[in-house]
Design a binder for this molecule. Structure first.
Ligand SMILES: CC(C)[C@H](C(=O)O)[C@@H](O)C(=O)O
Ligand code: SF4
Length: 468
């Protein structure tokens, strides 16, 4: 057989039929259902008198709306309705697991999937949420889909699509201390743009990725969608196997042995063809900060806010001018001189244990700067929260003046009570910075956990490499 990519291998195993025009029906092994994008899909089933094809493939979780303050209740009527509707739909249609608001195992779908071993290597995964790409961290082919596709997966267990193309991002060289997977992801998007991966499934490979822990790999996969990719993947290696073994829903005994043997083949064959290849020298990447209203408007921390006048293309120039104005910045300002009002450490991009450890290492023994009105740490799952508490990370954060919260999407997206007010500037470890993303009029700068911590303790963007 011709050499195949990791994507080809998983795709081939899951294609049910292919129509003449190339549209394939792809079997979905695991379906994560969230409160924001599922109500209409279930309503569609009801209207058409359909059942869920395989309720045991469903993991339902309420992650976007729940407040994360201890003891807080849901007060917003839309949030209340979404949460109650998911309760009702799970009761009526069934699910293998359900993590409602305040469940001890609840968390952001893309954090709990790999963490609990519900997402396993070689699986196909769907979820009505764009950052489903994150599940690629364990070598699963995971698609973020819209509500109508949620309904299709519920009723047929399949997604309909033409086969995307293969893209390889090969990362070599050693990361400098203080530089992380988030910086790599932002750097990549800065290079190829938010459209750079459109129509492709990206596989991250190379020695830097092989040497990276699972949480860093998850960040890369998470950010794939911000580069336009349909999904992100990392090949299964010993690090993956060690991560999956012993997880709550991972196979055990003879089933584990068989699974592990099969998973060992989940890598691209030598000589496999990629339609697009991007190479990155990790040793050249410095901590990144976005300055504008798209993840591709990103700069190294030692940079200055660009001047749109230097942009020859008129429509791009107008776009940059708009971004500059929305962000309330002056061209030429060094990034390290931009003060921040709020700091958010969380979201499915950066809320796993290694992220919290990296931020805590910077915060330890320091205080949140007086001009920072609010600094939040929101673990991606309640299990991660407990792990961090066992390690004493919560105390490092709270002693410095951070708020330590229960899990959820929180300030990543302005649809729960954690949000920015108009004009507020936030150093955020999340993945999106478009206008109003973290609250109407809010200004979001995407950074790594270590860089968010550095901004919190200095009160402005700062180079974590020289913070000492
Ligand atoms: C609300 C949800 C559907 C949305 C998504 O699709 O990603 C959100 O999670 C986001 O990050 O923008
Ligand atoms: S944490 Fe943010 S990016 Fe992730 S699913 Fe929630 S809202 Fe979307």
């Amino acid at each position: 057989m011709a050499p195949r990519t990791l994507f080809d291998k998983i795709w081939d195993k899951h294609v049910v039929t292919v129509q003449d025009d190339g549209t394939a029906m792809l079997y979905i092994d695991k379906h994560f259902v969230i409160e924001v994008t599922s109500a209409q899909a279930y309503e569609g089933l009801r209207l058409n008198h359909r059942k869920v094809w395989r309720p045991m493939s469903i993991v339902a979780t309420a992650d976007h709306n729940p407040p994360t303050r201890p003891e807080a209740e849901v007060t917003d009527p839309v949030s209340k309705l979404q949460l109650a509707t998911l309760d009702e739909n799970v009761r009526e249609f069934g699910a293998a697991q359900y993590y409602p608001f305040r469940d001890p195992l609840s968390g952001i779908a893309h954090v709990i999937g790999p963490e609990q071993g519900t997402t396993l290597p070689g699986m196909t995964v769907a979820c009505g949420d764009s950052h489903t790409t994150t599940h690629g961290v364990v070598g699963a082919l995971a698609f973020g889909v819209g509500t109508s596709e949620v309904e299709l997966v519920l009723s047929t267990q399949c997604l309909a699509m033409k086969k995307p193309k293969n893209m390889l991002v090969e990362i070599s060289g050693e990361l400098q201390p203080g530089v992380s997977a988030k910086d790599l992801a932002l750097y990549l998007i800065g290079q190829i743009g938010t459209g750079g991966g459109v129509g492709h499934i990206v596989e991250y490979a190379g020695e830097t990725v092989r040497n990276m822990g699972m949480d860093g790999r998850a960040t890369l996969c998470n950010m794939s969608v911000e580069a336009g990719c349909r999904a992100g993947l990392v090949a299964v290696d010993q690090t993956t196997i060690d991560f999956v073994r012993g997880r709550r829903f991972a196979p055990t005994g003879a089933q584990w042995d068989a699974a592990e043997a099969a998973w060992r083949d989940l890598h691209s064959d030598p000589g496999a063809h990629f339609d697009k290849v991007v190479r990155i020298d990790a040793s050249q990447v410095v901590p990144q900060v976005t300055w504008g209203t798209s993840p591709e408007l990103v700069l190294p921390i030692d940079g200055r806010v660009p001047d749109p006048k230097d942009e020859p293309n008129p429509s791009r120039r107008a776009w940059l001018e708009g971004a500059l104005q929305y962000m309330g910045l002056q061209a030429g300002t060094p990034l390290v001189e931009i003060p921040v009002d709020k700091v958010f450490i969380g979201s499915c991009a950066n809320s796993r244990i290694d992220d919290l450890r990296a931020a805590a290492a910077v915060v330890k023994g320091r205080k949140v700067a007086p001009n920072v009105m609010q600094a939040l740490v929101v673990p991606g799952s309640n299990e991660t929260k407990l792990q961090a508490e066992r390690e004493g990370l919560d105390r490092i954060f709270t002693e410095a003046g951070f708020e330590w919260r229960a899990s959820g999407c929180s300030m990543c997206v302005g649809i729960n009570e954690d949000r920015l007010s108009p004009g507020e500037r936030c150093a955020s470890t999340s993945n999106r910075n478009f206008e109003g993303r973290q609250g109407p009029g809010g200004r979001s700068h995407l950074v790594s956990p270590a860089m968010a911590a550095a901004a919190a303790v200095t009160g402005h963007f700062a180079d974590v490499r020289v913070l000492g």
